[in-house]
Design a protein around this ligand. Structure first.
Ligand code: NAI
Length: 349
């Protein structure tokens, strides 16, 4: 077959192709996206179903690069075992890196790269989907109608237009959420130490977290999980929110103290809540557990509220996002092996 240069020689594989990448927590949709993207990268990718933890880390032995996802355990013991097995870097196929012990990674010389932005639209659009579905009880109406129950009792929502919405974290995702809510004619408040000029031009007001929670009818969490944001929504914060506030979290589970949220739902302070993430999701999400007994009583309680809508960490799940994640992750793997600096590298603060 003729190559782009016109010769009959096979196209040269870049010198940093052929990296041995072992992927943990691999699902069929990951595999499909990575196989397609890898036609351009030429790495040797092995797809492993198990989640990465201390009991499975030995499966990485001999792989130059390990590919991990949001709920893989990248604590000190696992990182040490990866390094001992010859791994030089971990490429995260996600944006968040709160599950990585960066201090250990740096100490043992293991590089950590992530996908800082793939399709912020995917997460922002899912956030809006949750707001609209929860408000208009689409999750309940769907089941009712299928069951021949056409009663509208209990399905009353509110006009999102005219409400005050607070977006916590206006980075790649939050700034799109803020724009979508602005287009829906909300008064948009934003909480972020780094204001976005375009949002300010639109009339979005940057305010303190104290003020946002006191004034907002709807609060969406789009900031990363850090020591500062851990349980940002706790009992004290909930006590200062407006009665009947709608709370939406597509950031990371531990931004919300789930037990405090349950108390807030029971008292009515929280009027409704939508979650795509949950603090203890690592033991639940991404698997079919429909034949198991859920032994997480907090999560089981959340499932009992008619005004709680939960999706299992699927906000990122669009074709476009999966393709972009695969492409950047495979490029990151090449950078690890070539020893190239990368803007996608994460280091401890
Ligand atoms: P980003 O890094 O572009 O933006 C994060 C923003 O949060 C920054 O502007 C930062 O200044 C701000 N921030 C940091 N600390 C804050 C604080 N204490 N209060 C208010 N704002 C603060 O990140 P991006 O891409 O927008 O993602 C945000 C988070 O969304 C990620 O860290 C990740 O945890 C989560 N995420 C969830 C996904 C899902 O499928 N549910 C998929 C992708 C990301």
């Amino acid at each position: 077959m003729a190559t782009p240069t016109g010769s009959d020689e096979p196209a040269a594989i870049p010198t940093d192709a052929g990296v041995e990448v072992r992927m943990f927590s691999a699902k069929p949709y990951d595999e499909a996206a990575f196989r397609t993207a890898n036609e351009r990268h030429g790495h040797e990718v092995t797809f492993l179903e198990p989640r990465l933890d201390a009991t499975t880390a030995r499966l990485a032995s001999g792989a130059t690069v390990v590919c991990a996802f949001v709920n893989d355990d990248l604590g000190p013991a696992v990182l040490e075992e990866l390094a001992a097995g010859g791994t030089r870097g971990v490429v995260l196929r996600c944006a968040g890196f709160n599950n990585v012990d960066l201090a250990t990674a740096e100490r043992i010389g293991l590089r950590i790269l992530r996908v800082p932005a793939y399709s912020p639209n995917a997460v922002a659009e899912h956030t809006l989907a949750l707001v609209l579905a929860l408000n208009r009880n689409v999750h309940r109406a769907y089941n009712r109608v299928r069951d021949g129950n056409f009663s509208l009792e209990g399905l009353v929502g509110f006009d999102v237009a005219g409400t005050t919405a607070a977006v916590v974290g206006t980075g790649a995702i939050g700034r799109i959420v803020a724009r979508l809510l602005w287009h829906m004619r909300c008064t948009v408040l934003a909480v972020d130490p780094y204001p976005d000029d375009h949002l300010v031009e639109l009339g979005v007001q940057y305010v303190s977290w104290d003020r946002a929670r006191a004034e907002a009818d709807l609060i969406t969490l789009n900031c990363p999980l850090t020591s500062e944001t851990h349980h940002l929504v706790d009992a004290d914060a909930i006590a200062e929110m407006r009665d009947g506030v709608m709370l939406v979290n597509t950031g990371r589970g531990a931004l919300i103290d789930a037990e405090a949220a349950i108390a807030g739902l029971k008292s009515g302070r929280i009027g409704s809540m939508a979650l795509d993430v949950y603090e203890e999701e690592g033991r639940l999400f991404f698997e079919d557990r429909s034949s198991e007994i859920i032994d997480d009583d907090v999560f089981a309680r959340l499932l009992t509220f008619p005004n709680v809508l939960i999706t299992a960490h699927q906000a990122f799940l669009t074709r476009e996002a999966l393709a972009a994640i695969a492409d950047t992750t495979l490029a990151n793997a090449a950078d690890v092996v070539a020893g190239r600096p990368s803007p996608n590298e994460v280091t401890s603060p």
